[in-house]
Write a protein that binds this ligand. Structure first.
Ligand code: C2E
Ligand code: CA
Ligand code: CA
Ligand code: CA
Length: 276
């Protein structure tokens, strides 16, 4: 805040030009960060609620800006999409996550890595080849990779998305609908899309209590998934009460701070050794 006249405080409002310039600077910084491999990935365990064993890890991108510090993934994805960098960033994420998994696999052969795809990546004509290329070059079996797609992405162009997902599915890659229940839900596309898993959004898990609305919604999602032969992951589990309730409802897998926050890559092996 700046002082103006006698005591009156006027908040400094950056001009439009300043905002735009800052934004462009940040986009340029991001481009450089991608080129120089200054992004990193964190890995959050996904746990079987039945056996408590770790079945996989979700890869979550991180960017620590040299001056601004940690940039939230939400802002990062937004920036990357706006700057036309999401495709190259997504390629990096995919290949990096698969390379890391390759290091854990000898000891934990069943493990998978789950990678988030943005809508722009889904629309990119080379996605299929790229995914195929990464798996082939690393000799990674398709079951080692899971792709997370959000509902809003799916709805954008349902015909194209269905076709693309079928082709990915034909490679035997597993597909997951992320944040289920929060998007532009339409039950009709659920039966036409070749997905394997629904991920219940954290907003339904957060306040889940026996018999309340979130409980009923979670129950409905789980029953719906099972009636379509899909598995369910619940995200954002923070308490053992939440875990217990979801388990009782038949949810197969869980993810959240109760089990572990996202880990840096170097912590993953330790975590696996301590928890398997
Ligand atoms: P998401 O896919 O829904 O990922 C789950 C988010 O919940 C992560 O936030 C994770 O750190 C956080 N989380 C996990 N467990 C808990 C918990 O118990 N409590 C709470 N409060 N939060 C929990 P993060 O890492 O900030 O990522 C935010 C979003 O950014 C992700 O949401 C995803 O949509 C997007 N994102 C992250 N990495 C990538 C990426 O590589 N590519 C793309 N396209 N999107 C990404
Ligand atoms: Ca996700
Ligand atoms: Ca999610
Ligand atoms: Ca979410």
């Amino acid at each position: 805040a700046k002082q103006k006249g006698r005591g009156a405080t006027v908040f400094y409002e950056p001009s439009m030009a300043t905002v735009v310039a800052e934004h462009l600077q940040l986009e340029a910084d991001l481009q450089r960060a991608i080129e120089r491999q200054q992004l990193s990935l964190n890995y959050q365990p996904i746990v079987s609620l039945k056996t408590q064993k770790i079945v996989g890890f979700e890869a979550l991108v991180r960017w620590s800006h040299p001056q601004r510090g940690f940039v939230s993934p939400a802002q990062l994805i937004y920036l990357a999409e706006k700057a036309g960098l999401i495709v190259s960033m997504g390629q990096w994420v995919l290949s990096q996550a698969c390379q890391h998994l390759l290091q854990w696999k000898p000891q934990f052969p069943e493990l998978y890595v789950s990678v988030n795809l943005s809508e722009i990546q889904l629309r990119h004509p080379h996605l299929l080849q790229e995914v195929k290329g990464v798996l082939e070059s690393l000799k990674l079996p398709a079951f080692s990779l899971k792709l997370e797609i959000t509902e809003s992405n799916l709805m954008e162009n349902i015909t194209h998305t269905t076709e693309l997902l079928r082709q990915l599915k034909a490679l035997k890659i597993r597909l997951l609908i992320d944040d289920f229940g929060t998007g532009y839900s339409s039950l009709s596309y659920l039966q036409q899309l070749p997905v394997d898993t629904l991920k219940i959004d954290r907003s339904f898990v957060q306040n889940i209590q026996a018999g309340n609305k979130d409980f009923e919604i979670a129950k409905t999602i789980i029953n719906l998934a099972h009636s379509l032969s899909l598995e369910v992951v619940a995200e954002g589990i923070e308490t053992s009460d939440q875990e217990e309730m979801l388990k009782q409802l038949g949810c197969e897998f869980g993810q959240g701070y109760l089990f572990s926050p996202p880990l840096v890559e170097t912590e993953v092996m330790n975590f696996l050794n301590q928890n398997q």
